[in-house]
Structures are given as structure tokens and as C-alpha cells.
Ligand binder design. Structure first.
Ligand code: KG4
Ligand code: ZN
Length: 340
């Protein structure tokens, strides 16, 4: 059985094909980063227009490299939310049109469930139950992933998402949007000690996060002084450490409270090597295990959407009722509300 995955929740157009026997067959992304970096962030209208331009050619290209025809596809899985309305509508309209035209089933997928399950695209898979730390440009959540489709929110950011904080601080350091990955490269050249930023809410009892105060601390330091390049590297490292420390502390708390032995990190920020290294070390010491996907599955992609679709189908789970000719999107959608 072949599943076509369609991802258009934000600024990346993603198309993938997953075979329930052979695994992932193709995974293609059309990135809009260059367009949006000129504006310092994603412009929703431009994102939607570019999805319209790119989605059909990308589907054709993905089928061609897989030596398949659209008629070989058995099921469509598409991102139904959360995300930008215009962007979601492009993917959903394409998905529903294909499903109607080809007379094949369609499965709406929650984007964050796709991220949460993305480490299962790897050979070394986590097994339910586990804790998931979902860290992207729009989300920072700690989830008790009890079983497929049964997710309990343990904590989340009360203001900025962690990726958003990376992007804003990167901008202050002169890096173009989205700056998270390049901030990490700067931090690698940094030296410890000259700057120290407090890890927000690190001693707070809850499993919530806050990153907007940290961003303000960095802004204050930068605006009051004239720095050389090495200072910028040092600031990047101090910021990264402050973020990583609080992510680790709260993840350990979630593991302790639930007694689970596995931690999944997913979403764009989980590509951060320093976070992976430190978490891996500390979890090994505690006889617990860390799982994360390859870098290309950390950021937005359709492979995780097609894979999630396959799992839903196998387990006979449907997140929302499908009505004929009713194009379903949910721009605001909680992960713990995915089943009706
Ligand atoms: O999951 P994602 O691709 O899109 C959303 O659903 O938001 O995450 C994108 C976010 C951006 O904020 C980007 O700066 C951040 O992930 N990011 C990183 C790294 N690579 C991407 N943040 C820190 N370190 C990285 N290596
Ligand atoms: Zn995402």
C-alpha cells in the first residue's frame, strides 16, 4: 500500500511517498526560506501563494523519481493543522481533490503528531509510552505519549516558542531568518564565562517554559555595548546554554514524574547538536534513552505525515470525521484533542 504525504502547514512544501512494506520511498521538500528571509519571518500570504505554485510540480517530481504514477497511490495523508490558514488550505485542497478524483481514502494528520512520531522513521525506534519534547518554531511542549493517539500535555511555553527565541536572538546577532541552525554554528566558536544568561523558569515547579524574557536579556546586553565578532560568538553560546539547560531540566522532570525510560526530541530545534549531545550523556548516566530523527526529519517534512497516516490506517484510527467534499483544516488544534 502506497501513501502520499502532503505537508504545507507553514513555509515548506513537502511531498513524500511511504510504502507500508518497503518504508519511505521518496521525500521531497520545496523550501521557501530565501523568499521569507528578506522579511525576517514567514509572510503568510507569500507562503500560501508559493505552495500553490510548487505543490503540483513537486508531486509530479516525487512520483517521477519513485517511478510511480499517481494512479499507484492508495491513500492520501495531509497536514490538517495546526498552521497558517492559507498554507493549510493549499495542501488540503490538493489532497481532497486527489482523493475525490482517484476515489481513494484521505487521512487528516496533526502536524505535531507527525513531529512526535518522526523518530520512528529511523531503525532505532522508541516504543510507547515515552516523553516527547516537541521543539519547533511554533511549539515548545512536553507530552506524555501514552500510546498512539493518546497524548497528554505536561507543559508548554507560556510565551515564545524555543525556535522563535533562537530566530529572534539570531536576528540580533545579524543572522538572517530562520537563524537557529546558524546561531548554533556561531555558538560553537564561543567561549564560556564572559556572558551568562539565566535559564528562564528553571526552578519553577511546573513543566512550562518561557523564552521571551531571555530574548529581552540578550537584547539589553547587545544594545548597551559595542561588541566584536568573538563577543557575538560568546553571546550565542551563553544563550544556547541557557535554553538547553532548561529544556534538559524539564525533560528530566517529566521522565521522573511518569517513570518513563525514553525521551523523544522532535521539531526543528531538535536538530541542535549540543542539545542532543548533552541530553544523550545525561540520559545514559540515568539509564534512560534518547531518540531523535535525522536532521531532514527534524524540520518540516512530508515523510512524517505519510508515516503517521500509515500508522493511523493500520490501527484504524481517524482524527476527524471526513465529510464528502468538505475540505478540512484546523489552524488551531491541540494535540491532546486529536480524536473525536
Ligand atoms: O519544525 P520546524 O521546521 O518548523 C516549525 O514547525 O516551526 O522548526 C523550525 C525552527 C526554526 O525556528 C529554526 O530556527 C529552528 O527550528 N532550528 C534550530 C536548529 N535548526 C533549526 N534551532 C536551534 N538549533 C538548530 N540547529
Ligand atoms: Zn513543524
Amino acid at each position: 500500500m502506497l501513501i502520499l504525504g502532503i505537508e504545507t502547514s507553514f513555509d515548506e512544501t513537502g511531498i513524500a511517498i511511504y510504502d507500508n512494506n518497503k518504508g519511505l520511498i521518496a521525500n521531497k521538500i520545496h523550501s521557501q526560506t530565501k523568499i521569507h528571509s528578506n522579511y525576517g519571518g514567514v509572510v503568510p500570504e507569500l507562503a500560501a501563494r508559493n505552495h500553490v505554485k510548487n505543490i503540483i510540480p513537486l508531486i509530479k517530481k516525487t512520483l517521477k523519481i519513485s517511478q510511480l504514477s499517481i494512479k499507484d497511490i492508495n491513500v492520501i495523508a495531509y497536514t490538517a493543522g495546526p498552521g497558517l490558514v492559507g498554507s493549510l488550505l493549499v495542501g488540503a485542497t490538493t489532497a481532497f481533490s486527489l482523493s475525490y478524483g482517484l476515489k481513494i481514502p484521505i487521512i487528516p494528520i496533526h502536524h505535531m503528531e507527525g513531529h512526535l512520531l518522526s523518530p520512528m522513521l529511523e531503525k532505532n525506534k522508541p516504543i510507547f509510552p515515552f516523553i516527547a519534547l516537541l521543539i519547533s518554531g511554533g511549539h515548545t511542549q512536553l507530552i506524555d505519549a501514552h500510546k498512539l493517539g493518546d497524548y497528554k500535555l505536561l507543559g508548554e511555553t507560556i510565551d515564545d516558542a524555543v525556535g522563535e527565541a533562537f530566530d529572534k536572538v539570531a536576528n540580533l546577532l545579524g543572522i538572517k531568518y530562520p537563524g537557529g541552525a546558524n546561531l548554533e554554528k556561531m555558538a560553537r566558536k564561543g567561549e564560556l564565562g564572559k556572558f551568562i544568561f539565566p535559564s528562564p523558569m528553571i526552578n519553577d515547579e511546573s513543566m512550562n517554559f518561557s523564552f521571551s524574557g531571555l530574548k529581552t536579556s540578550v537584547t539589553n546586553v547587545i544594545s548597551k555595548n559595542i561588541f566584536n565578532q568573538q563577543d557575538y560568538y560568546d553571546i550565542a553560546l551563553a544563550f544556547e546554554n541557557a535554553v538547553i539547560d532548561v529544556l534538559i531540566k524539564k525533560s528530566l522532570k517529566a521522565l521522573n514524574i511518569t517513570g518513563y525510560k525514553q525521551l523523544v526530541i522532535a521539531g526543528g530545534v531538535s536538530a541542535n547538536k549540543s542539545l542532543r549531545f548533552k541530553l544523550n550523556k545525561i540520559l545514559q548516566e540515568k539509564n534512560k534513552k534518547l531518540f531523535f530523527p535525522r536532521k531532514k526529519f527534524c524540520t518540516d517534512n512530508a515523510a512524517m505525515i505519510a508515516y503517521t497516516g500509515m500508522l493511523k490506517l493500520k490501527n484504524n484510527l481517524q482524527d476527524v470525521p471526513i465529510k464528502k467534499l468538505d475540505i478540512q483544516i484546523f489552524p488551531k488544534w491541540n494535540l491532546h484533542d486529536i480524536y473525536y
